[in-house]
Design a protein around this ligand. Structure first.
Ligand SMILES: Cc1ncc(COP(=O)(O)O)c(C=O)c1O
Length: 391
């Protein structure tokens, strides 16, 4: 990055379009690209000439987005994918083959959990789960055939923080790669590469977009890794659409200002909830009461927009809160301008048994808020009136 991140999100990688001077890049909504002649087609396919051929293999909008996010994360290369899950799959499949093992932190996003529990082992890749808060346990889990260690920090829904630098040291000593799901922080709050990560990926559906209007992923790494990951992306076809890339580039311009508001609103909401008599515990890395507050302070610029809390009244109180909020939107996902609220035990995790729920750190009264960018007093007013109705 040649400028500060607030400037890079606006200007990075973007230049007025040559033909018309358009400041905003045109949407290259095309599946294919015409060649001037057979020789040019041949040169492009053989890699002897740079240029586009077919959107599954590359497109100016998706390439610009990947380049821009990779730049913000401090990497030389990136790939835009159709969803965050495609970025997770792309990372794993590019880093491991049959006979290898991968180590996956035990509190990863539910979709990642099911992918590594149900699908990846079918490919002959062993999956080892570990609580990477315990770096000794991580060291023991990494085997000679381990090629990849995958962590997510802060993790959903308890905001557990993993020491990226500590993990990188162990993983590199053992000759494996460290991948970090940076969805919750965005490159504005946390840059895992500076702490030793080899690969960083995002569900760009969340803060990178910021507007809840696309499903998208971005994967960042260095040249060799990106080259093999790109081949896989072309073969599996999990390419992002040009229009989605265009929307994401638009969203990305306001990342810094959005993140600042998400963080300040979340801190105010967390402090207010912490004092509320109907709330038992608040999980927010910015609170001094949060057990890993110091580690969060060390590796994050600010503490993010997600606040989780445990209601004293347990399951019934958590569920009732969902019925009484008005401004908070009852929805999954996170990172939108709009504040979203959910009660995992009665919603996303309702189908799980008690043991499985415990493993996912879901308690009956746990509520998660993705704090948006509205006026914080309106958010607190809505929570206040809803909590007053719960007995
Ligand atoms: C941390 C994290 N990683 C990955 C994903 C998957 O992303 P997507 O829904 O864009 O496929 C999500 C989705 O919620 C997520 O929260």
């Amino acid at each position: 990055m040649s400028f500060r991140i607030e400037t890079e999100v606006v200007h990075g990688g973007q230049h007025p379009e040559k033909l018309t001077g358009a400041l905003t890049p045109p949407i290259y909504q095309t599946s294919t690209f015409a060649f001037e002649n057979v020789e040019q087609g041949a040169a492009r396919f053989s890699g002897n000439e740079a240029g586009y051929m077919y959107t599954r293999l590359g497109n100016p909008n998706t390439d610009l987005l990947a380049k821009k996010v990779a730049g913000l994360e401090g990497f030389s290369g990136g790939i835009s994918t159709a969803s965050g899950m495609a970025a997770v799959a792309n990372t794993i499949l590019a880093a491991a083959k049959a006979g290898d093992s991968i180590v996956v932190e035990d509190t990863v996003y539910g979709g990642t959990h099911y992918l590594v529990e149900q699908d990846i082992p079918k490919l002959g890749i062993e999956v080892i789960r570990v609580d990477a808060v315990d770096l000794n346990a991580l060291e023991k889990a990494v085997k000679p055939n381990t090629t990849l260690v995958l962590i997510e920090t802060p993790a959903n829904p308890t905001l557990k923080i993993i020491d990226i630098e500590g993990c990188a040291e162990i993983v590199h000593k053992k000759g494996a790669l460290l991948a970090v799901d940076n969805t919750f922080s965005s490159p504005y709050l946390q840059r895992p590469r500076e702490l030793g990560a080899d690969i960083v990926f995002h569900s760009a559906t969340k803060y990178i977009s910021g507007h809840g209007d696309v499903l998208a992923g971005v994967l960042c790494g260095e040249k060799d890794f990106i080259r093999s990951a790109s081949t896989l992306a072309a073969h599996y076809g999990w390419t992002m659409s040009p229009f989605n890339a265009w929307l994401l580039l638009r969203g990305l311009k306001t990342l810094a200002v959005r993140m600042e508001r998400h963080c300040s609103n979340a801190m105010t909401v967390a402090r207010w909830l912490e004092r509320h008599p109907k709330v038992k515990t608040v999980f927010y890395p910015g609170l001094e009461s949060f057990p890993q507050h110091d580690l969060a302070k060390k590796q994050m610029k600010d503490f993010g927009g997600i606040v989780s809390f445990e209601m004293k009244g347990g399951f019934d109180a958590g569920k009732a809160l969902m019925d009484h909020v008005n401004l908070h939107i009852l929805a999954v996902s996170l990172g939108d301008c709009d504040t979203l609220i959910q009660h995992p035990a009665s919603m996303t995790h309702a189908g799980m048994g008690t043991e499985e729920m415990k493993e996912a750190h879901i308690t009956p009264g746990l509520v998660r808020i993705s704090v948006g960018i509205e006026h914080v007093e309106d958010l607190i007013g809505d929570l206040n009136q809803a909590l007053e109705k719960i007995h």
